[in-house]
Design a protein around this ligand. Structure first.
Ligand code: NAI
Length: 519
């Protein structure tokens, strides 16, 4: 099986995605043949590429000569038989199994025996497409993200019969095209579209349970989580018809696993015809600035004590401490009480006790700990950089104690958002569920851990890979959050991945072994 070189001829079939992929291949100096069944569509695609690149020339990021050379390497083709010289054909046509099977079967007769056939499908099984082919070993998934020239990720998807050398050659080709490639097995949603489901599902769930309003949840994702867009803004942009269809297809493909359960809230929007930006209304009204001020922001309050006590280890939230000190607060550090474990540390200020949310209701944990003045703090990507902090008090917290906590965070220049008591709050439960899905994909041999994090960052612009995030949070704490969510809701949806359980056990065993060997 020959590796690809710049002499390899690349054929692309399709419209929007097709033109983007053609641009990527031409930029990497290949001769590109662009075909679309619709008359004039290939020419239109090339015209769009020229227009897009023209903007780069205006901004001096490309010369007119480079633009002309790149575009001249893309040849519009009007008859599919002219693709006979192609060494690789990438298909980006309509998302229908039978139509793709028919096209590839036709290509097998037109192209030479060693030609590789790739599909850009986002949801169809590569194994199923290959079932109708003479040479399924030469078929592979090459899943680009929209817009293909900008988004870095390419998921290289192997079907059951795909030759390993073909997968390796395509992986190397994608890297040579300046992309970040990941290997994955052909399973529903591949990596990114599978692992991303909780990003939408958990937000829809906390909204449905009345934790807070839409704009506040979006603001928390941006300001605490470091995401470019909140889930509701993103769903409105993608379109609820498309986003809901992806969720339903993953749900059905996994034999209705509750982990992928679609949301009634989103179905309501769909039923009403509120598809998002494209219909002028989704979670927000358009046109408008979606980044509205979150309504739960607290007014400025004065702090009447300068002393805070830190009991135990705050885990990922330890980075708050230098901020407190730099703002003139005195920290009294005391060891954790016996019953406390890592990341179960607390901040005590005035009458209030603050702890990182652990997946329980604040009120439930306050009851368990016999601590009627407990406040939960939500997860942040970076507690130092986050502009906002989200709090959720237990039902018995006094207004005076809550005001003291609000003033504490205002002292370190955080905007404080108070949300209702929901298990795992907003970011904590979402990030733990994202990581859980990532671990489960790895557990089921779809891909490795690095691939999960690369896919989520390069394919969907996540600020941090979910597996790395869970490691920063602590795997045993991540598992605890999931187990608490599972107990609280009693739903299979929150079951922890066996791989996560195994890793936590492994860490605990390492500590036991160390303590035995050191006597
Ligand atoms: P599109 O509707 O813009 O383009 C599809 C093109 O395929 C049309 O121009 C149509 O004329 C042509 N076509 C249909 N049947 C054909 C045939 N038998 N032979 C040749 N051409 C044919 O669709 P889009 O959005 O570019 O998606 C194409 C594929 O890429 C789908 O499989 C989709 O799942 C996948 N994809 C789409 C992404 C997106 O954001 N739009 C992202 C990643 C993958």
């Amino acid at each position: 099986m020959n590796k690809f070189t710049t002499d390899s001829v690349i054929a692309i079939i399709g419209g929007t995605m097709g033109a983007g992929i053609a641009q990527v291949a031409a930029k990497a100096n290949h001769q590109v043949l662009l075909f679309d069944v619709a008359k004039g569509a290939a020419e239109k695609g090339i015209d769009n590429i020229r227009k897009g690149l023209g903007k780069l020339v205006l901004r001096s990021r490309m010369t007119q000569l480079e633009l002309d050379a790149l575009v001249s390497r893309i040849v519009p083709i009007s008859d599919i038989k002219q693709l006979s010289s192609a060494d690789l054909v990438i298909e980006a046509i309509v998302e229908k199994l039978e139509v793709k099977q028919m096209l590839f079967r036709q290509l097998e007769d037109i192209c030479h025996e060693n030609a590789i056939l790739a599909s850009n499908t986002s949801s169809i099984s590569i194994t199923a497409i290959g079932a109708k082919l003479l040479r399924p070993q030469n078929l592979i998934g090459m899943h680009f993200f929209n817009p293909a020239p900008i988004m870095k990720l390419v998921e290289v998807i192997s079907g059951l019969d795909t030759d390993k050398q073909v997968a390796d050659n395509i992986f190397e080709l994608a890297i040579n095209w300046g992309k970040l490639a990941v290997h994955a097995k052909s399973t529903p949603g591949f990596i990114a579209n599978r692992v991303a489901r909780p990003f939408y599902a958990e937000s829809l769930r906390v909204l449905q349970e009345g934790a807070t309003d839409i704009a506040t949840i979006d603001a928390l994702f941006r300001e605490c989580g470091g995401f470019k867009m909140g889930p509701f803004e993103l769903m409105d942009l993608i379109g609820h018809d498309v986003n809901y269809a992806v969720t339903c297809s993953v749900f059905e493909a996994f034999y209705q696993d509750q982990r992928f359960l679609p949301s009634l809230l989103q179905k309501e929007l769909l039923d009403a015809g509120h598809l998002g930006r494209k219909s002028g209304r989704g979670f927000y009204q358009y046109p408008q600035n979606t980044q509205t001020e979150n309504s739960k922001q607290q007014p400025d309050l004065a702090l009447d004590t300068q002393l805070i006590t830190i009991e135990g280890d705050l885990g990922i939230a330890e980075t708050l401490l230098p901020l407190f000190e730099n703002n003139g607060l005195k920290i009294n550090r005391v060891p954790a009480a016996d019953h406390q474990q890592t990341s179960e540390g607390r901040i005590i200020i005035g009458d209030a006790i603050l702890m990182l949310t652990n997946g329980q209701f604040t009120t439930q944990r306050a009851t368990d700990l016999k601590c009627p003045n407990l406040v939960h703090v939500d997860l942040s990507l970076d507690y130092q950089k986050a502009k906002v902090i989200a709090l959720s008090p237990c039902s018995t917290l006094s207004l005076q104690a809550l005001n003291c906590v609000i003033a504490l965070f205002q002292t370190i220049e955080k905007t404080v958002v108070v949300i209702d008591d929901v298990p795992g709050m907003v970011l904590m439960r979402t990030v733990c569920m994202l990581a859980n899905e990532g671990f489960d994909a790895v557990n089921q041999q779809v891909c490795n851990e690095d691939a999960v994090d690369i896919a989520m960052k390069a394919g969907l612009n996540y600020p941090c890979g979910p597996i790395k995030w869970a490691n920063n949070l602590g795997l045993s704490f991540t598992l605890k959050v999931l187990n608490n969510l599972a107990i609280t809701y009693g739903e299979d949806r929150f079951r922890a991945s066996p791989l996560l359980q195994r890793k936590v056990a492994q860490q605990q065993l390492d500590v036991i072994k160390k303590s035995i060997t050191t006597g």
